[in-house]
Design a protein around this ligand. Sequence first.
Ligand SMILES: Cc1cc2nc3c(=O)[nH]c(=O)nc-3n(C[C@H](O)[C@H](O)[C@H](O)COP(=O)(O)O)c2cc1C
Length: 347
Amino acid sequence: MLSSLPQSLHPNLPLTALAPMQDVTNLKFMKVIAHYGSPDYFFTEYFRVNETSRLNPKILASITENDTGRPVFAQMIGESIPDLVRTAKELCGYNIAGVDLNMGCPAPRIYRKQAGGGLLLVPEKVDRILAELRQAVNDRPLSVKMRLGFENSDTFFPILDIINRHSIDLLSLHGRTVKDRYQGRVNYDLIAQAVRHLNCPVLANGNIYSAAQALSVLSQTGAAGVMVGRWAIGNPWIFHQIRQALLCETITPPPLSEVRNYIDCLCQTPEAINIPERARVGYFKLFLNYIAPSVDTEGHFLRLMRQAQTEVELFNLCVDAKQLVVRHRFLLSDSTQTLALAPYYGI
Ligand SMILES: Cc1cc2nc3c(=O)[nH]c(=O)nc-3n(C[C@H](O)[C@H](O)[C@H](O)COP(=O)(O)O)c2cc1C
């Protein structure tokens, strides 16, 4: 039976979704994003599925304790069909928007087991998994997140046919191969071909770094919506800005003082509390790497952030702007400076 997707925020506008990102898109981050402007849909980090797996309670909290008001798709990754089926059924007992299957993860320890991106090499296994999952979730939405292929697009159209055959409800398509990982050109043309080939809506994904770029990708691909990952870390206002752009409204860039509040929120994440300082600095830099490219044209903030070795250095740079050396003082302390609507670097 074909199921229907949860209602979007604005039925007449294309869909928006926050891309699942391991160690990032937890409950806290979803709440922070919702504060600045929710996407239509959230996706959890992946639940790792194997013979002994149980639902990870931290990931589960992003469903059960989610008070953003937006639907959450529960993503699974795994190679064992009976365990994927067991987990999908279990997830259907919770308030989820649907079950999502990861067919794109580029980590070798995952793809070598024919899970994640490794599934793109074995269409016949994809066929079996989707047949079983379609039955397991019954009339709940079943979605897939995938890439164009493993190292080329040889299996792309056969897999799209399989997706059609099993009445998948939504496809999130990252326009790169597994071997491309996260770099290089995104092939929006193949996303456009998928849009034309499939019976289900497609979310275009990959390098959507601004509202203007979202509109450009929507027009290039004809996709039903966009999924944004890393640049939502860099600009949590992006979903609101995309809606403004779609409605032809003027987008007001947020002042850097607001960006400082956002960074402050990220620093309070419980994930960071129980890890050693070095790891904590690395964890914060994961976020700052995507914020910094939109802060100043000369890249001062990006450079200073990358140089910081200790938490105090990083904290002083981000939170207590008065402690910055005078010539960089403007960075995050001046409410007349704004966060650029598109990053200056790193696209
Ligand atoms: C830190 C990080 C973690 C990710 N974790 C997941 C994941 O758990 N599941 C998934 O399907 N994709 C994951 N991805 C891929 C993203 O969902 C997305 O497809 C990719 O980053 C491209 O989109 P972007 O250019 O908007 O970031 C991850 C990406 C990053 C950068």
